[in-house]
Design a protein around this ligand. Sequence first.
Ligand code: HEM
Length: 497
Amino acid sequence: MADEKKRLTTASGKPYTENENSMTAGPRGPILLQDFILHEKMAHFNRERIPERVVHAKGSGAYGTFTVTHDITKYTKAKLFSEIGKQTKTFLRFSTVGGEKGSADTERDPRGFALKFYTEDGNWDLVGNNTPVFFIKDPKKFSDFIHTQKRDPRTNCKSATMMWDFWSLNPESMHQIMILFSDRGTPYSYRHMHGFGSHTFSMINSENERVFVKFHFKTQQKVKNFTDSEAARMKGMDADWAQRDLVEAIDAGNFPKWEMKIQVMTEEQTKTFRWNPFDLTKIWPQAEFPLIDVGLLELNQIPDNFFFDVEQAAFAPAHVVDGIGYSPDKMLQGRLLSYPDAQRYRLGANYEQLPVNRCPYATNNYQRDGKMRMDGNGGGVPNYFPNSFDNIEADQSYKEPAEKLDSIVADWYDRNAEGENDHYTQPGNLFRNVFTDEERTTQVNNFLGSLKHVSGPKRELILNRQLCHFFRTDPELGARIAEGLGIEIDASMFAHH
Ligand code: HEM
């Protein structure tokens, strides 16, 4: 094959000979308009960029295999879990969140962990992060939050003032910022971090019984993090460190692996759990809801072309498969419509037909036309439903069981009302019971490293407001940060709401 010569052609297939010199009137004269190949080259080049993802723009991806190792069919009828040993092809895209497509891989940021399973019942996308919780609990706040993580509109620089202003005004962020400012905010590489579905999802078994679940992916490479200064140094040495690490490991046959596990809560348990089980700022303690083994995910192939598969990949939390369902988690609900909307804008209406996104099994429906249709567009068969000609039918065995909701009163409820306002117990436990002495010191220093950049006329207001949240999380944490900032402690900061 390598010896077989290929002819140079235009995009329309015309062989041409001159790919280096433009046609001119005389050797030193102006260029002629009729050299359309020059124009074709330039015009295509001008259209190479597509919009980067509005968040998670910088990322890396690989194909892999998911293998079932344990039987969870008592919880779900999803076909990919139907028997031990069953394998499903997957595609995983890792990412940072706040930076642009060319930003550094070692920024302090959550990491995206977006996983596509190509199952016979359609593609299942689990679009998670390397953290089990998130900064906010209502999707209406997402764009405001992300604006604070991106660039200041005037200086065009990242701004600690915007970030801490937002966080201090949204105390539900406390749990996630505790993780973000630990060394888990700067993972060594994508191979050395856990993945989480983060939201509460549901599972439905063959008896049509529903339970609620959280998904976990535990790295077999072990968690390994950069310190703040190591991450900063790596930013200057190799902005693409995590991409390079992934490619080199997989190309060397050193395939990274994650153990998939679930936590399960019955519908009854959701009613008595002491926190809202659908609140994305809370975890389910593993002592009460132990991890249940499910399977093994292995990444084993770097795509040949980054743009083709990684940049054009489109994941959507709405894409679950039979046997897996949503939950009332407001953040999940908000994400259901947002992703396909973003992808129609970023990639075009027919983005589901791009090879990385296409379901490798059958898709049958009456969606037709649109820009860049590539799948034959249904050929000559009817484009309307119902009809008397084709044999496509709605299979009733895929119907989801009805769901009983708690309330039929539509209103705008305060997300942090009484009963929903414990922002401090879980992050406090993390600080007191999970972190070691050394990790507590690291955390305090990482916080101080960021807080000292808060500036401007509202500096004192923002710092004092945030300090109250630190004190309520843990008095030692509050005191150490106050000391580091040189702020006199006032007794009111200790008070719990
Ligand atoms: C209401 C809250 C959220 C909204 C509205 C939102 C919206 C978006 C949008 C529009 C994109 C770009 C999609 C694309 O162009 O392909 C995106 C990407 C992403 N989001 Fe979210 N997001 C939210 C919360 C979350 C949460 C809670 C997580 C994780 C638990 C998450 C994980 C991701 C990941 C991993 C990607 C990158 C997917 C990829 O690799 O292509 N997002 N988000």
